[in-house]
Design a protein around this ligand. Structure first.
Ligand code: G6P
Length: 602
């Protein structure tokens, strides 16, 4: 959801900014731009669409010697993705890039306009630069002007601002959107995420909300409100490397194939013979916990939903799920006996982060299940279980989901151990299935070929229903989400038993049903539901271990005695199906239209 990069130093500024944006492009790709300041003059460049357009447009741009630069890749919130709305936004002598939303921009804009400011864009961001310039003229002190500007902004922001009148400074501010300052040998760096700092610096300052300041070649000036604070640098995780496609057509494809390996990483050190051991969880975290309240968005929400079946069945613990954007504006009844569990791949999702803060204010203990160490959610939560999926670049989440499910399964067994809800033989069976899970995530070439061939029959129609029961209902939701995210075809996930209460009215040969038919859970019930749809001529693709003759198409999974193994295998089949359909439709699988990987606005 917008990516920000900044640099001050003597290396090739344009290269550093564009390379940084490349790493952050998954956060938004409606437009991109950068501004370079050398010898007291700022030049800005912008292009609509993917970053490549900006790269081509600025091939001739060069910089040498000391300079500063700020750059941005945008996911449009206020105003269409046009060049005028692309960042950086400019005033008469300064430029700004911003990630987040300025909630009081309408009133600020009116006031500034009435005082003579000329706005060029429809964005909320532009108020920042005009407000700053007005205050800079008034105070004749750029730091004071920046401080006053930040004080007047409401909403969420990560901001970088440069000013021709102080050519060796980058001003920054952070509230609610991520921002880090990288400390490198060749200068100071700014980025919305570690990914853009790798290879440039070993340490970064992860800014807290409410922080602002400026960097110059000699100093780093950091404040919280009016008080100076000492910057604390942390090492950038050594395992973080810039992701490459490694021969795959898309990052999403590579990430599907990586799942077997990363699931092994998720399990590493967390299984001890016949027990689960999660050293990140202090014994006291679960003391007095009688129920779980899980909260997330998007794919992470589906992982939360699926996990409730595990918590109930294995841990005999009540588990309730909340969509973060709904939870925030309700007046939820929260009990101190509930553990509040947030699930987030990025650790930056604005709604999930705010929900977490709400739960903390209400006195609940909190646990984050997250893929990004040092992210805002990780820093806010009392405890964290990292999913260890590695960088996920495809906007449609795959390996992050697989590892979230594994962590949630581990947690359900940890609680089961504590509450003795599973006898030792059953616990041992669970752990054996867990150890086997990475194997079922391996993608057989034959299966991928078959899905590729089959996909050509599913490129049209008036809609898809992904149906399942029990654990496989949230999986159906996730299958439908994957397809709609990258194919732009209408798809819905539904509990199979509910189809007859309305949606079956849509059934005809142009309605595609993707039916999850596991061998381990509610097999016969599920078959009946599918037959009801087939009787109404819905074109049906069955996925499961037993061939289903009545269906139009069938994709096999391995017979097994554990539902989670079927869950994982079906998950891969649906991911590949969505991928192949999207490729045939000629879409950009990794950067689907209108979406962004990390949603840092509410
Ligand atoms: C965006 C992404 C989804 C993701 C959701 C929640 O919409 O495109 O893939 O599931 O945000 O993100 P989180 O990082 O909190 O898991």
């Amino acid at each position: 959801m917008c990516g920000i990069v900044g640099y001050m130093g003597e290396s090739k500024i344009k290269r550093i900014l564009l390379d940084g944006l490349k790493e952050l492009e998954y956060r938004g790709y409606d437009s991109a731009g950068f501004a370079l300041m050398q010898n007291g003059r700022i030049e800005a460049y912008k292009a609509v669409g993917k970053l490549d357009n900006l790269i081509h447009k600025t091939e001739a741009v060069q910089s040498s010697g000391f300079g500063v630069g700020i750059a941005h890749t945008r996911w449009a919130t206020h105003g269409k993705p046009t060049e005028l709305n692309a960042h950086p936004h400019q005033g008469r002598f300064s430029h700004v890039v911003h990630n987040g939303i300025i909630e009081n921009y309408t009133e600020l804009k009116k006031k500034l306009q009435s005082e003579g400011a000329r706005f060029l864009s429809q964005t909320d961001t532009e108020v920042i630069v005009h407000l700053y310039e007005q205050l800079a003229e008034r105070h004749k002190d750029s730091a004071k002007a920046f401080e006053e500007t930040v004080k007047q902004l409401e909403g969420a922001y990560a901001i970088l601002l440069i000013d021709e009148r102080c050519e060796d400074r980058i001003f920054f501010a952070k509230k609610g959107s991520p921002l880090q300052i990288g400390l490198g040998e060749s200068g100071r760096f700014f980025a919305s995420s570690d990914a853009a700092l790798v290879g440039l610096c070993h340490e970064a300052i992860y800014l807290e909300d409410g922080c602002w300041g400026w960097v110059s070649p000699e100093s780093l000036n950091l404040f919280e409100g009016e008080s100076p604070v000492s910057p604390v640098a942390k090492a950038i995780p050594p395992t973080l490397h810039s992701a490459q496609k490694e021969g795959f057509r898309f990052f999403m494809e590579k990430e599907i194939y990586e799942q077997a390996q990363v699931l092994g990483d998720t399990l590493m050190g967390r299984l001890q013979e016949d027990r689960v051991h999660l050293e990140e969880i202090d014994r006291t975290l679960l003391d007095g916990v009688e129920a779980l309240r899980l909260c997330a968005c998007g794919t992470s929400y589906h992982a939360a939903l699926a996990s409730t079946y595990l918590f109930e069945r294995l841990s005999r613990m009540e588990a309730r799920v909340e969509i973060a954007s709904e939870f925030r504006y309700r007046d939820p009844v929260l009990k101190s006996s509930e553990l509040f569990v947030v699930i987030s791949q990025s650790g930056e999702t604005a709604d999930t982060l705010e929900a977490l803060k709400m739960a903390k204010r209400a006195g609940l203990k909190t646990l984050a299940i997250c893929n990004v160490d040092n992210s805002s959610i990780v820093r806010e939560a009392d405890a964290t279980l990292l999913t260890r999926a590695g960088i996920e670049k495809g906007v449609a989440s795959t390996k992050a989901f697989a590892t979230q499910m594994m962590v949630l399964w581990l947690l359900s067994l940890l609680i089961a151990q504590r509450h003795k809800t599973l006898d030792p033989a059953l616990l041992a069976q669970e752990i054996a299935a867990m150890r086997h899970a990475p194997q079922v995530l391996q993608v057989p070439e034959k299966l991928h070929d078959r899905i590729h061939r089959l996909s050509k029959r599913y490129l049209h129609g008036h809609g898809f229903f992904f149906i399942g029961r029990d654990l496989f209902y949230p999986l159906a939701l996730e299958g439908a989400l994957k397809l709609k995210e990258i194919s732009y075809l209408h798809a819905e996930g539904y509990p199979a038993g509910e189809m007859k209460h309305g949606p079956i009215a849509l059934a005809d040969s142009e309605l595609f049903t993707i039916a999850l038919l596991p061998g381990t859970l509610l097999k016969e019930k599920m078959r009946s539901n599918v037959e009801e749809l087939i009787a109404r001529d819905s074109t049906t693709l069955a996925i499961g271990p037993e061939c289903f003759d009545l269906a139009d198409d069938y994709l096999p999974t391995q017979p097994t005695d554990h539902p989670m193994l079927e869950f994982y295998e079906m998950m891969v089949v649906m991911q590949l199906l969505a991928l192949e359909i999207s490729i045939r439709l000629g879409n950009d699988v990794d950067m689907p239209r209108n979406l962004a990987k990390s949603v840092t606005v509410e």
